[in-house]
Design a protein. Structure first.
Length: 166
């Protein structure tokens, strides 16, 4: 159970954010307007549909979205740590998600935790591989660790968060 930070201004465009001009933010402690609550539910469902479409092995996947904090909360049971990390990254790499609250459990806790790397301008998988492993030719490890979110080793962008296996 952890809170992960992401860049909210980059990523998959799954929904339209609340317009600051359209509706003022509720006062501290006040409930969000009903229409915003409904929009948050719809946004959570859009993120869930995106994650489900990746074919990750998660039972009971649920995603809640809070537009006031730009937080996606993911819950359910992943088959393993790798799948759990992929769900967190998939949710975080959605535009207008700044944080992911990980409330997932895993069936098998085998395997080492991967670290996360935020892509900077000029990064390539080879460059990241050189920094992490000392060998640029190990870039395929990072690519494979981020499938199915990545479809090509050349399609990464600044602000994107990637799994980097140990």
């Amino acid at each position: 159970m952890s809170l992960f930070d992401f860049m909210k201004d980059v990523g998959e465009k799954l929904f339209t954010p609340r317009s600051a001009a359209a509706a003022p933010a509720p006062a501290a402690g006040a409930a969000a307007p009903l229409n915003q609550q409904a929009q948050d539910v719809a946004n959570g469902e859009a993120i869930k549909k995106y994650i489900s479409g990746l074919g990750l092995d998660v039972s009971g996947l649920n995603v809640a979205y809070d537009s006031a904090t730009f937080t996606a909360t993911v819950s359910g049971t992943a088959a393993d740590k790798e799948t759990k990390e992929k769900v967190v990254i998939a949710a975080g790499n959605v535009m207008n998600v700044a944080k992911v609250d990980d409330k997932m459990s895993v069936t098998s806790s085998a395997g080492a935790d991967a670290r996360f790397h935020t892509v900077k301008s000029g990064d390539t998988l080879s460059k990241i591989s050189k920094e992490v492993y000392g060998d640029a030719n190990q870039y395929n490890k990072i690519f494979e660790a981020n499938k199915p979110m990545l479809t090509s080793p050349d399609k990464i962008y600044p602000g994107q968060v990637l799994r980097v296996p140990a």
